[in-house]
Design a protein around this ligand. Structure first.
Ligand code: WTA
Length: 643
C-alpha cells in the first residue's frame, strides 16, 4: 500500500485519552452493545434536560434513524452556558482576520452575551422554533454566533458557503424554505472583498418567503438596501437583552441542513438532528485530537462546509475548548501565513486539507522553517485522500517529526469522524485513515454486494447506524433511500472505494460515483454539466475528474457546440463564467475540450470511463470501444486533446 514506514505512537502520547488497549476494549463494546456504550457516553459528554426513552432505533431499508428520542437538550447550552461556572473568562474563540494585524479573543462569557442577543434579535424579527435560517457569511465570529443563536431558539440553520454564487444561494434558500438570511456587507479574503450582500440581493429577488436579511457590517462597503427586509445586524442586536432562555429541544429535532453534491441532480439538503450529532462531534473532537484543557485548536475549514460545523464550532465548543477561526487564506500575505498564526496564537492542534498541504509543499520549506511551530502537538487532515508524500512532508517539515497526523475520513452525511487514528492508540501508516471510530461498523463490499473478509478492496459501506448519521434529505426522504440505502440493501453506501490491508488499516481510494473532489470540495459532475449546457451555443457537455497535483482532482469538461457554432476563445471564457455564475469560482473547469461528438453506447449513454481515461492521458488503456455507436469519436477526441 505504502512504501513508507509505520510511525509508532510517540512517547508524549502515552498518556493520551485513549491508549491501545482502551481502543480495543471500547471499540469491541461499542459494536457489541451500542446502546450501552452510547448511553454512557451521552451522559459523560452532554448535559440533558430530560433523559431519553430509547438510545437508538434505526432501519436501513426505510433509511430512518433515531438516537436518544424523547431526550431533551439544547446545543447552545451545551456549547456555552454549562461551561460558564469554570470558563466565563476563558477564551472560547480566537479570531484571526485576513489582515495579519486583526485578531481578537472572545471569552465564553462574551460568547453567551453575543449569542443571546442575536437569538433575541431573531425572535424580534419573528423567527420561531423550527424555522429555517440561511447563513451566508464570511469567516467572522458572527458566523458562529449565528449558528449558536439558531440552536438557542430551535431554528434550523442552513449555511451556504460564501464562495457560492447568487444562483446557488437562491436554490438552497428555496429548497429549504428559509425565512431569514444572515449575511455581511462584504467578506474579506486574501486582501480582496467578496460581495456577499450584492449576491444575497440577487438571490433574494427570487425568494419572496424571506422576510428578514440581517447584515453584519464587515467592511462598510456600499450596499443596496430594502427597508422592509434588510436590517443592520449591529443596530438590531445591540438593543437586545443578553438573556435568552435556551429552548428545550428533542434529541431528534432538526439542528441544521447542509447542502452537498451527489452524483445526480441538484445538491441535496443533508439533515442533521440535535442529540446524536452533538454527541459524536464532541466525542470525536476530544479523542481524535486528544484535546487537553486549555489547548489552542485551529481548523482551517470554512463554516460553509461540514468540517467547519463539526470541528470549528460544535465539537470544540461542546468540549469547552479554545477554537481559532481564520478569515483569510493560507497564502496571504504569503505562504508562511499559517505558521505565523501558529506562532502568534501558540496553536497546539492544526487541522487542514491535503490540498492546502500540497499547495504549501509546492512553495518549498522556507516559509515553514522560518517559523518556530514549537507549540504544535498534533496535526490533522480531512477532505480527500492524502498522498503519502504530502503526509511525510506535513509530518517532517510542518510537525518537525514530532506531531502525530490524524487522517480523518468522514462525510457531510456522517456528521463526524468515522475512520480516524486516535493519536495515543494508533500507529500511523502515511496515507491511511487507519481504523473505525467507536461504534462505526464498516464493511467492504464486492460488486455483487457480498462482504469482503480480511484484506481486499471494494465499496466502503456502514453496517449499522451511528449517532451523527444523516437523518434525511430535506424535503425528499425518497432521495435519502435512493442515494444511500438502495445500492446495497441493508447498508449505508458511502460512495467511496477503499481497501483494507493485512493489519486491518483502511485506505480510502476516493469516490466511485460521479462526484468530484476538487480541493476538498465536493461537486457533482452533473452540476457542472447543467451549467455548461445553459449556454445557447452548447448542445451537450460531459464532465469528468482528472488527477491534479494540488487540487487532488481537476475538472475536465468535454463540450459539444451547437451545429454551425465555431469554438472560440471567447466562447470558452463564456463557459467558464457560466460555471462561476451558476455554482461559484470553485466550479471553474481546468480544461475544456471541444468535442464534436461524445462517446456513447448505442442506447445513447455517455461512456464516462473512456472520457476519464482521455482526461487522465491514459490513452493506452481506453478499453473496449467496440460497443460505441460511433467508435471514431474516440479517435478524434484523442487527437484533439489539448496540451
Ligand atoms: C472524501 C468532508 C480520503 C471522501 C468531511 C468522502 C476523504 C468525501 C477523507 C466527503 C479522508 C473526506 N481520506 N477521502 N480523510 N475525508 N474524504 O461531504 O471521498 O465534503 O466521501 O465531507 O470526501 O466530502 P464532504
Amino acid at each position: 500500500m505504502s512504501e513508507f514506514p509505520t510511525h509508532p505512537v510517540p512517547a508524549n502520547f502515552k498518556d493520551a485519552h485513549i491508549n491501545p488497549q482502551q481502543y480495543q476494549e471500547m471499540y469491541q463494546r461499542s459494536i457489541e452493545d451500542p446502546e450501552g456504550f452510547w448511553g454512557e457516553k451521552a451522559v459523560e459528554f452532554l448535559t440533558w434536560d430530560q433523559p431519553w426513552d430509547k438510545v437508538m432505533e434505526y432501519d436501513f431499508v426505510k433509511g430512518t434513524a433515531e438516537w436518544f428520542a424523547g431526550g431533551k437538550l439544547n446545543v447552545s447550552y451545551n456549547c456555552i452556558d454549562r461551561h460558564l461556572p469554570e470558563r466565563a473568562s476563558q477564551t472560547a474563540l480566537i479570531w484571526e482576520g485576513d489582515d495579519p494585524a486583526d485578531s481578537k479573543h472572545i471569552t465564553y462569557g462574551e460568547l453567551k452575551d453575543h449569542v443571546c442577543k442575536l437569538a433575541n434579535a431573531l425572535k424580534a424579527r419573528g423567527v420561531n422554533k423550527g424555522d429555517r435560517v440561511c447563513i451566508y457569511m464570511p469567516m467572522i465570529p458572527e458566523a458562529a454566533y449565528a449558528m449558536l443563536a439558531c440552536t438557542r431558539i430551535g431554528a434550523v440553520h442552513s449555511i451556504v458557503f460564501g464562495g457560492f454564487s447568487p444562483e446557488a444561494l437562491k436554490d438552497r434558500i428555496i429548497d429549504s424554505d428559509c425565512q431569514a438570511v444572515i449575511t455581511a456587507d462584504e467578506g474579506v479574503r486574501g486582501g480582496r472583498t467578496v460581495p456577499l450582500k450584492v449576491n444575497a440581493d440577487k438571490a433574494l429577488e427570487a425568494c419572496p418567503g424571506v422576510h428578514t436579511c440581517l447584515v453584519v457590517k464587515r467592511t462598510g462597503g456600499d450596499v443596496a438596501w430594502n427597508d422592509e427586509r434588510d436590517v443592520w445586524y449591529e443596530e438590531l442586536v445591540d438593543q437586545q437583552s443578553t438573556d435568552c432562555a435556551p429552548e428545550m429541544m428533542d434529541a431528534e429535532d432538526p439542528l441544521f441542513i447542509l447542502y452537498t453534491s451527489g452524483s445526480t441532480g441538484k445538491p441535496k439538503g443533508v439533515l442533521h438532528t440535535t442529540g446524536g450529532y452533538l454527541l459524536q462531534t464532541s466525542m470525536t473532537f476530544k479523542y481524535a485530537f486528544d484535546y487537553r484543557e486549555g489547548e489552542i485548536y485551529w481548523c482551517t475549514a470554512d463554516v460553509g462546509w461540514v468540517t467547519g460545523h463539526s470541528y470549528i464550532v460544535y465539537g470544540p465548543l461542546a468540549n469547552g475548548a479554545i477554537t481559532l477561526m481564520f478569515e483569510g487564506v493560507p497564502t496571504y500575505p504569503d505562504a508562511g501565513r499559517c505558521w505565523e498564526i501558529v506562532d502568534k496564537h501558540q496553536v497546539n492542534t492544526f487541522y487542514t486539507a491535503p490540498t492546502a498541504i500540497r499547495a504549501l509543499q509546492a512553495v518549498g520549506d522556507e516559509p515553514v522553517t522560518r517559523s518556530s511551530r514549537a507549540s504544535l502537538r498534533l496535526l490533522g487532515t480531512v477532505g480527500e485522500p492524502i498522498n503519502p508524500e504530502a503526509w511525510e512532508w506535513y509530518h517532517r517539515v510542518v510537525g518537525d517529526g514530532r506531531c502525530p497526523i490524524v487522517d480523518t475520513w468522514w462525510q457531510t452525511e456522517t456528521g463526524a469522524h468515522m475512520i480516524t487514528p486516535l493519536p495515543g492508540a494508533t500507529p500511523l501508516k502515511p496515507g491511511s485513515a487507519t481504523f473505525p471510530f467507536f461504534g462505526v461498523n464498516l464493511a467492504l463490499l464486492n460488486e455483487d454486494g457480498s462482504e469482503i473478509e480480511g484484506p481486499g478492496a471494494g465499496y466502503l459501506v456502514v453496517k449499522a447506524s451511528w449517532p451523527s448519521q444523516i437523518r434525511s434529505v430535506y424535503g425528499d426522504h425518497q432521495r435519502m433511500i435512493d442515494t444511500y440505502f438502495s445500492n446495497y440493501p441493508g447498508y449505508y453506501f458511502t460512495g467511496d472505494g477503499a481497501s483494507r490491508d493485512e493489519d486491518g488499516y483502511y485506505w480510502i481510494t476516493g469516490r466511485v460515483d460521479d462526484v468530484l473532489n476538487v480541493s476538498g470540495h465536493r461537486m457533482g459532475t452533473a452540476e457542472v454539466e447543467s451549467a455548461l449546457v445553459l449556454h445557447d451555443d452548447i448542445a451537450e457537455a460531459a464532465v469528468v475528474g482528472f488527477p491534479h497535483d494540488i487540487k487532488g482532482q481537476g475538472i475536465y469538461a468535454y463540450v459539444t457546440p451547437m451545429q454551425g457554432v465555431e469554438p472560440s476563445e471567447e466562447l470558452l471564457q463564456e463557459l467558464i463564467q457560466l460555471c462561476v455564475k451558476e455554482i461559484g469560482p470553485i466550479a471553474k473547469p481546468d480544461v475544456i475540450q471541444w468535442a464534436p461528438g461524445l462517446p456513447k453506447t448505442r442506447s445513447g449513454k455517455i461512456m464516462r470511463r473512456i472520457l476519464r481515461k482521455i482526461a487522465e492521458n491514459e490513452l493506452d488503456s481506453l478499453g473496449d470501444t467496440s460497443t460505441l455507436a460511433d467508435p471514431s469519436v474516440v479517435e478524434s477526441l484523442v487527437e484533439n486533446r489539448p496540451g
